[in-house]
Design a protein around this ligand. Structure first.
Ligand code: AMP
Length: 461
């Protein structure tokens, strides 16, 4: 099936208009393969991972089915982690921007139970949650699934890896058996087929080629021995000057060493590894996604579920052992029609891994050379944005539009100087182009947001 345009699908006009305003001009391959079946009400098992547009595929499906005047839970998305649940929730809210009164709620652990219970009492259409917290709400009776029409199991393979099988089974036992079940998984192990057999009815199986094509991602390999790798990194960063780069390392120690060397000479860099707590991890991700930090050094495990739009470059500081991991790493750039570069540093002893990667991808590696490079402060790369911290958030009824308004109203700054706005419960962040930060600070301090003066300061990071 090749349905490239959203307008060729039977979608509500308001949804179609919003999809257009989000800049989604064409369906991604996974959307083209799965959406027609999802809209027909069929169960679908799809092999798709973060970055493929899978959230919009099921999100559009469940928004289409929604009866807005029934304030009972009609769709439920089960996710392995709180972070993924938040991302899914945000994407569904974005898709539902013009759909009036559509209530989407995240139900995850690590946040107080009582406010979730009262939100549920007030009526919710769509919930996105992690298995443990969903189980708790179901067992305590604060969540009822009698009206559930669509159930989505997202990153099902990861949920099984994390030992959620029993919890999922219990959660599903509360759902009506007459429902649509959509299962998304990055891999198709036997355990996933088994899960599909248990919970789905005559599912349509959809899978897209996970290999990348030359046109999306420009790939280069550089033969560099380990002691020279850090200088090679410096060279590649100053040559390509990407606004956003993820550098992959195989170990936490390499991650830390690369981060501190780049940081010492003034690159705007952070590390993402398993030792960060959720709050620290969120800060790192906010800063990277809003472009006030341009380099993220990460291990594969820590980078799972990372959803960064417009990642311009991926650099492999060391090649992974498994070619599938390589393809997964570089697939974080060149997404949704945008171009990206994937640069791989490879010591002599890693050459065998290149051969495997070539076989897996079905084409030969292109080799290039790095020039000598002196790591010095003058060569550092400055991030294009700076973050401002605002001491008010969702609980103070602050919305992104209020912050944008305070910045741009009267003689404020131009709208195109304002970047990503992230609103949390008690605080918010707004990214501003470096040349307009002082003016933005003045606007926010002088003017009011939602009629109030909140604490405002340039973020330390
Ligand atoms: P996901 O695989 O759901 O994590 O989505 C990856 C990114 O692609 C998200 O940031 C979406 O907003 C974006 N996206 C989803 N569908 C489309 C589309 N048809 N065209 C362009 N971007 C899209």
């Amino acid at each position: 099936m090749n349905t490239a345009e959203f307008s060729s699908l039977p979608l509500k006009p308001v949804l179609l208009k919003n999809i257009e305003s989000l800049g989604y001009t064409k369906l991604t391959p996974i959307q083209a393969e799965s959406l027609p079946h999802i809209l027909e009400g069929r169960d679908v098992i799809a092999q798709a991972k973060t970055g493929s547009g899978k959230t919009a595929a099921f999100g559009i499906g469940l928004l289409t089915k929604l009866e807005l005047n029934n304030f009972r839970v009609q769709s439920m998305v089960v996710c392995p982690t709180r972070e993924l649940a938040d991302q899914v929730c945000n994407e569904i809210r974005r898709l539902a921007r013009f759909t009036q009164n559509c209530k989407v709620l995240a139900l995850c652990g690590g946040t107080p139970f009582a406010p979730q219970r009262s939100s549920l009492e007030n009526g919710v259409h769509i919930i996105v949650g992690t298995p443990g917290r969903l189980q708790e709400h179901l067992n305590k009776g604060s969540l009822r699934l009698d009206d559930l029409k669509v159930l989505v199991l997202d990153e099902a393979d990861r949920m099984l890896d994390m030992g959620f099988e029993d919890a999922i089974r219990e959660v599903i036992s509360f759902a009506p058996s007459h429902r649509q079940t959509l299962l998304f998984s990055a891999t198709y192990a036997d355990s996933i087929r088994e899960m599909s057999k248990q919970f789905q009815f005559k599912p349509i199986s959809v899978s897209i080629d996970t290999r990348h094509h030359d046109t999306d991602i420009e790939q280069y390999f550089y033969q560099v021995d380990r002691p020279k790798k850090i200088n090679a990194l410096g060279y590649l960063l100053s040559f390509y000057r990407p606004e956003s780069t993820v550098i992959f390392c195989n170990t936490k120690k390499d991650c830390h060493d690369v981060m501190s060397t780049l940081d010492n000479i003034g690159f705007s860099v952070q590390a993402l590894h398993g030792d960060l707590d959720q709050k620290e991890r969120n800060q790192v991700l906010v800063r990277f996604a809003n472009k006030s930090c341009s380099i993220l050094v990460a291990t594969d495990v820590a980078a799972r579920g990372l959803d960064i739009k417009e990642l311009q470059a991926v650099i492999n500081y060391e090649l992974p052992w498994d070619p599938e991991v390589f393809v997964h790493r570089i697939g974080r750039t060149g997404r949704a029609g945008k171009k990206g570069v994937a640069l791989s540093l490879c010591a002599e002893k890693e050459l065998d891994r290149v051969t495997e990667i070539e076989e897996y991808q079905g084409f030969s590696a292109k080799w290039d050379e790095v020039a000598p490079f002196k790591m010095s402060y003058e060569k550092r790369l400055e991030a294009p944005m700076v973050t401002i911290w605002i001491g008010g958030g969702r609980k103070n009824k602050v919305r992104p539009g209020d912050i944008l308004g305070a910045l741009t109203r009267d003689t404020g700054i131009a709208g195109n100087k304002v970047g990503k706005i992230d609103v949390f419960d008690t605080h918010a962040y707004v990214a501003i182009m470096r040349d307009s930060v002082e003016k933005a600070l003045q606007c926010l301090k002088k003017g009011k947001i939602k009629g109030r003066n909140f604490n405002i300061h340039k973020s330390q990071w």
